[in-house]
Design a protein around this ligand. Structure first.
Ligand code: NDP
Length: 307
């Protein structure tokens, strides 16, 4: 059975940054890429807020650069998804693709989170062409345009207020007759003159030649449902994220939404030598740069743990 000093699970900014640092610390890290090599950034459009990139960089290219940087320092990057782990005792056992089990003295979990989508075929059709699940990443492309945000929680209100400073008009499409968001977020939305809340509306489809030009909505009224076509340039989903933590839940503490709980201010989990970095343990910031920083911390922790 193969035995590694440092095993990294996941290939987003957290995983690759952990691999760069662990490689440079002579830990000979092995990284398993998971189902979506490069992570969530490979499905967004251009990245304009990653420091050190003065020109917009394609998300796929940025992740490719991180991968090459990790390999340059000796990281062994492999295809494969972790399907089971045993953290009952060190060295820890990790099963890849249900068949191959390896052992590791330290494990850095950087499996990320996935934005929830409505499940409409049009979300796929217009991916990168008017559909996004990250206003901070993509909002800039909708300056002076009309957008809609779907959801009624804190994320949706936060995305809507962020977009209200860029777009000329923001519709907040809420399926219930009320918002679930906290009072302060509701007040923020109410105070933005260019946000209009469409209560009891649901998105059923999108239209547009190459890019989104509008959304087909259904409005639930006491008299029955009626169809409404809403001209928009972009649709932002903000109906929650789910962290990719299923295989770790028997061994680690997770919060009620499934995010891995770490010792505050550190990437340490309750299992010594097992660390969590990036969106998998972060319901709040969810940025490439914060994930990268957490990956760096996790690699430094792994190095110190190994002594
Ligand atoms: P939430 O689960 O709180 O809210 C999700 C929203 O999306 C709800 O309004 C829900 O509607 C709606 N929704 C879910 N599925 C669908 C669907 N299929 N169609 C239409 N609408 C749908 O998720 P958030 O991401 O907003 O928040 C997650 C956690 O993070 C919360 O604890 C939140 O407080 C926290 N957070 C805090 C922030 C802050 O304090 N600044 C910022 C962002 C998040 P319904 O109400 O009908 O279920």
């Amino acid at each position: 059975m193969e035995h590694f000093k440092c095993l990294i699970i996941g290939s987003g900014p957290a995983g690759y940054t952990a691999a760069i640092y662990a490689g440079r610390a002579n830990l000979a890290p092995v990284l398993y890429s998971g189902m979506q090599p490069g992570g969530q950034l490979t499905i967004t459009t251009d990245i304009e807020n990653f420091p050190g990139q003065p020109e917009p960089v394609n998300g796929f290219e940025l992740m490719e650069q991180m991968r090459q940087q990790a390999e340059r320092y000796g990281a062994d990057i492999r295809n494969g998804s972790v399907t089971a782990v045993d953290f009952s005792h060190a060295p820890y056992s990790i099963t890849i693709d249900g068949e191959n089990t390896v052992q590791a003295d330290t494990v850095i979990i950087a499996t990320g989170a996935s934005a929830k989508y409505l499940g409409l075929p049009d979300e796929q059709k217009y991916a990168g062409a008017g559909v996004s699940a990250c206003a901070t990443c993509d909002g800039f492309f909708y300056r002076k345009k009309t957008v809609a945000v779907v959801g009624g929680g804190d994320s949706a209100c936060e995305e809507a207020s962020y977009l209200s400073h860029l777009a000329s008009k923001v519709y907040l499409v809420v399926r219930k007759p009320y918002l679930r968001a906290s009072k302060i977020m509701q007040e923020r939305v109410a105070s933005a003159p260019n946000i209009e809340i469409l209560y009891e509306h649901e998105v059923r489809g999108l239209y547009g030649e190459r890019f989104v030009e509008g959304a087909h909505l259904v409005h639930h009224t006491p008299e029955g449902d009626c169809k409404v076509d809403l001209p928009i340039d972009g649709l932002f989903l903000a109906i929650g994220h789910h962290p990719n933590t299923e295989v770790f839940r028997p061994w680690l503490d997770t919060d009620e939404a499934g995010y891995i709980v770490t010792i505050p201010g550190t990437p340490r989990t309750k299992v010594p030598g097992v660390f969590a970095a990036g969106d998998v343990a972060d319901p709040h910031y969810r940025q490439a740069i914060t994930a990268a920083a957490a990956g760096c911390q996790a690699a430094i922790e792994a190095e110190r743990y190994l002594g």
